[in-house]
Design a protein around this ligand. Structure first.
Ligand code: NAD
Ligand code: WQD
Length: 340
């Protein structure tokens, strides 16, 4: 079984990807410092798959630990690099924390495996497009000045990866630009685990519905969209996880060389108000919500052109908004009965 190193594999998208790698016959090896994840996620992965992956508790910013990791894990067929901090608001307040962790961990990892022929998949974000001039936005659209230090770490990381390939290093690299990942595994044993007050829409909705939050505020209904609320391309995390397996398979091919980048979304946009309605209709739970002012830094509307991923990764999304809402709700309900 080809071994795939999954950094950040205890996190939200990482844990779902570990499950899909196992389902596809790979042997994932998890590297995580648990700075934004719970140790029990490993057990949850075992409950789903019957397999307990090897887990290295390593901070990728620690050069010595990364050297030891590379010595211990020489025979890997690929790397999926999820490990990073991701809270946009926190990155504005503490930019150095974000530049240090997100950039230094990537550089350490690349230096660690330098000289070895390894395929690497990198977690990028649609945030690199800002408010695109054309919708749906494709991979050739210009990268706009980042709205936050977090977003900037994704832009800088993409540049680092391109420069690494241009230098003739022995890597093959794919950057995946995710739109808005939501939902949870159908088992409801893994899902998103926001620490503190959630910043993102879906965990805020589910925490309001379960009674942890009093109400949810819709950030603006005066945008130039059909119902006035912002539009995003929400993608089910299991579809997203499967795209990483597809990216690993593309990297395995001799004809794939160098560096490439793919949008990962459904290709369709939904407004905040549509999401609230979908949640209420799918779960039968009424949400306490009100309309509030716009949130600083929000783009009005964005959804992806996903033709390139369909053609070259041979991948497309299968799961719709209803499944996203139902699975996110099942996970929140599970957590309320089985707190991690
Ligand atoms: P997450 O926080 O759930 O997972 C990230 C994992 O990385 C955590 O388990 C954390 O403990 C670990 N980690 C962080 N710094 C580390 C370090 N220095 N060494 C070792 N482990 C470290 O986040 P997620 O939502 O699963 O996101 C995964 C990746 O996808 C991130 O790079 C994120 O920026 C990117 N991304 C996420 C979204 C989203 O909305 N969730 C959208 C676009 C891109
Ligand atoms: C979605 C929509 C809000 C909360 C962020 C990052 C981005 C990427 C994904 C990593 C927006 C509205 C939200 C609430 C609301 N992450 N909203 N009330 O901002 O599209 O993207 O996560 O790369 O970089 O910026 O996602 O879930 O925060 O918001 O009305 O309480 O929901 O205004 O329109 P966003 P989100």
């Amino acid at each position: 079984m080809p071994k795939i190193l999954v950094t950040g594999g205890m996190g939200y998208i990482g844990s779902h990807t570990v499950v899909e790698l196992i389902n596809a016959g790979y042997e994932p090896v998890i590297v995580d410092d648990l700075s934004n994840s719970h140790p029990r996620i490993l057990e949850q992965i075992t409950k789903i798959t019957g397999i307990t992956p090897v887990f290295h508790k390593v901070d990728l910013c620690d050069e010595t630990s990364v050297k030891k990791l590379v010595e211990a894990e020489q025979d890997i067929a690929g790397i999926i690099h999820f490990a990073a901090y991701k809270a946009v608001g926190e990155s504005v307040k503490d930019p150095l924390k974000y530049y240090h962790n997100n950039i230094y961990s990537l550089v350490n990892l690349l230096q660690g495996y330098h000289g070895k022929p390894v395929g690497l998949v990198f977690s990028s974000s649609c945030t690199v497009y800002g408010q695109p001039d054309q919708l749906p936005v494709n991979e050739n659209a210009p990268v706009k000045p980042a709205e936050s230090p977090y977003g900037n770490t994704k832009q800088i990381s993409e540049e680092i990866l391109k420069d690494t390939i241009a230098s003739g290093a022995n890597y093959k690299i794919i950057s995946l630009r995710y739109f808005n990942p939501v939902g949870a595994h159908e088992s409801a044993l893994i899902g998103e685990l926001p620490i503190g007050v959630p910043q993102n829409l879906i965990p805020y909705i589910t925490q309001t519905a379960i009674g942890k939050r009093e109400k949810i505020t819709v950030f603006g209904n005066d945008y130039n969209t059909p119902d006035g609320s912002c539009i995003r391309d929400y993608i089910h995390v299991v579809d997203l996880a499967k795209a990483h397996v597809a990216a690993i398979k593309l990297l395995e091919k001799d004809e794939f060389k160098g560096y490439d980048v793919f949008n990962l979304g459904t290709g369709k946009g939904n407004s905040v108000l549509e999401i609230i309605t979908a949640f209420e209709q799918t779960t039968g739970v009424n949400l306490n919500y009100s309309i509030g002012p716009r949130r600083d830094g929000d783009v009005e509307q964005v959804w992806g052109d996903v033709k390139k991923a369909k053609e070259k990764l041979n991948w497309e999304t299968m799961l719709g908004i209803d499944t996203m809402m139902a699975s996110a709700w099942a996970w929140e309900t599970y957590l309320s009965k089985n707190p991690l």
